[in-house]
Design a protein. Structure first.
Length: 107
């Protein structure tokens, strides 16, 4: 049975010297996305602190994965953690996977 909500993930290499890189060599971002609209309903990531994870949620939940440039802008304006580039890269990978799913629903 096809669900309305799908789960997509993206990964990116973390910069050396930050806490998250000591715990994980990559950052993982997982999203629940409305299949039809691209609306992001939940997100999680492998940042080291709960505060960081929660802040990422505030920047991403309610945004549309079809408008990834707007999500990038949110990070560039509001997120000053060392993992910024890796997070943006992982979110862009989520966007690519989502587009593949929408454009090729039988895969």
């Amino acid at each position: 049975m096809e669900r309305k909500e799908i789960f997509v993930t993206g990964y990116a290499k973390l910069p050396q010297g930050i806490t998250a890189a000591e715990l994980y060599s990559i950052i993982a971002v997982g999203m629940l996305v409305d299949r039809d609209t691209g609306l992001i309903t939940d997100v999680d990531c492998t940042l080291a602190t709960e505060m960081g994870k929660n802040f990422v949620k505030t920047l991403v939940i309610g945004k549309n994965l079809n408008e990834v440039e707007a999500i990038d802008a949110e990070f560039n304006l509001n997120y000053y953690g060392s993992a910024k580039k890796a997070l943006i890269s992982a979110i862009r990978t989520c966007n690519e996977k989502y587009r593949q799913i929408v454009n090729n629903p039988n895969q």
